[in-house]
Write a protein that binds this ligand. Structure first.
Ligand SMILES: Cc1cc2nc3c(=O)[nH]c(=O)nc-3n(C[C@H](O)[C@H](O)[C@H](O)COP(=O)(O)OP(=O)(O)OC[C@H]3O[C@@H](n4cnc5c(N)ncnc54)[C@H](O)[C@@H]3O)c2cc1C
Length: 377
């Protein structure tokens, strides 16, 4: 199937989610929306049917997030709970882990956060120092994380730590399920300029004791397993950005059609119309790249999906920032009022340029991996 043209099922999914999103709108109650979307089967569209999901892929889940975003009510935890954590557990978890987590994630009754970023590592995830050591059958985790979304509403956080290779002494990445109330697992909310249900937290893990089955997947295949989750994260961040950008453009178009200060509505002036047309084109192009990335990922080509997911995230983040900026500008003074609610989107839009991997780190990746240029770091 070509990623260029969505299947009939995907078109129907897009239309149905758009209807749900329009009903909830910008002033939605996120808890209510989450549970209604769950009941309709949207939260777990990508998860296996055998474990309560819809049996689709990241392409389907990205449609859900984009359409909710385009209606002004994106659910950020979709990026984390079903897309990263659900995918990693579905692909690499034990049967018991799948049964414990996947049906709840799909039904929306259980949420999982994801923690990789560390204060002293930031963009350089090779430098993370959260370490896991064995103590009998148990694991003991120590470390710090920062900017981790939704830890307070998540039943557990999938923490990226490292274990020591017994042979070489090198540290390799490993994924651990850390329950919210695990002794030694503390969180502190970061005061962000964002107003959403999903707050960001700084985490400390101080001798957190976990049972053997807290480890997800193979201790020796950490990097591969990690990227199985990070590629969906990038694709979903692109969906988040495209949805948000579409929402902003549609509000601006609505306004520009009516607002008249000379003889014509301001939308007749090309200085207003063209940048909105450009924003629309950029969002459409970003979506095309996102669909390619999702198609590659869903067909099992993790390597090709990696490059496409990075490019899609980059394109969508840039398109979103410009779309929101132009939308705010289109509304003149009203662009900065609470009534029209666009100015706060400037902050939200920037998230997709920074997280989960910044614009510069994607440009680095493309310079080195795609173009073969040397590294500066
Ligand atoms: C709202 C929000 C939600 C988040 N949610 C999560 C989450 O749920 N889980 C999680 O693990 N993380 C989360 N993050 C963290 C996010 O992934 C990081 O902020 C991001 O990876 C950047 O890391 P940093 O903030 O440490 O920036 P830094 O690494 O300190 O980078 C700062 C600046 O320097 C630039 N820079 C760094 N290195 C280079 C280089 N080699 N070349 C050129 N430029 C460079 C960067 O591009 C950036 O502009 C979230 C962040 C935000 C803002």
């Amino acid at each position: 199937m070509s990623p260029l043209i969505e299947s009939e099922e995907q078109k129907a999914l897009r239309a149905a989610v758009a209807t749900l999103g329009t009903r909830h709108g910008r002033n939605h109650d996120p808890v209510e929306l989450w549970s209604e979307a769950a009941k309709l089967g949207y939260l777990g569209v990508n998860l296996p049917e055998a474990h309560g999901g819809g049996g689709g892929g990241i392409a389907d889940l990205s449609i859900v997030l984009e359409e909710l975003g385009a209606a002004g009510c994106p659910l950020l935890m979709l990026v984390v709970s079903p897309a990263i954590c659900g995918t990693v557990i579905a692909r690499f978890g034990t049967e018991e882990q799948k049964q414990t987590w996947l049906p709840g994630i799909a039904e929306g009754t259980r949420i999982m956060a994801f923690g990789i970023t560390e204060p002293d590592a930031g963009s350089n995830s090779h430098r993370i120092t959260t370490t896991a050591r064995r103590d009998g059958d148990d694991w003991i985790l120590n470390g710090r994380k920062v900017f981790i979304s939704g830890v307070d509403i998540a039943d557990a956080t999938l923490i990226v730590g490292r274990t020591e290779d017994a042979r070489t002494g090198n540290l390799k990445p490993c994924l651990f399920i850390v329950p919210r109330d695990a002794p030694g697992f503390e969180r502190r909310q970061i005061d962000m300029e964002l107003t959403g249900r999903e707050k960001q937290f700084e985490l400390t893990l101080d001798d957190v004791r976990l049972p053997a089955d807290a480890l997800v997947g193979d201790e020796d295949a950490g990097l591969l397993q990690l990227f199985a989750g990070l590629n969906p994260e990038r694709i979903m961040t692109a969906a988040f950005a495209i949805g948000l950008g579409r929402y902003a453009v549609s509000r601006a178009v609505e306004y520009a059609r009516d607002r008249t200060v000379w003889r014509q509505p301001i939308g007749a002036h090309q200085a207003i119309a063209h940048p909105l047309a450009q924003a629309h084109i950029d969002l459409e192009l970003a979506r095309l790249m996102m669909q390619k990335a999702a198609f590659l990922y869903d067909s099992g080509d993790d390597t090709a999906a990696g490059e496409a997911a990075n490019m899609a995230k980059y394109a969508a983040g840039e398109a979103c920032v410009k779309a929101v900026d132009q939308a705010v500008h289109t509304l003149g003074g009203n662009g900065l009022t609470r009534e029209f609610g666009l100015a706060s989107l400037i902050t939200v839009a920037r998230v997709s340029r920074i997280a989960p991997v910044s614009r510069e780190m994607i440009l680095n990746y493309v310079s080195h991996q795609s173009l073969g240029l040397p590294k500066s770091y």
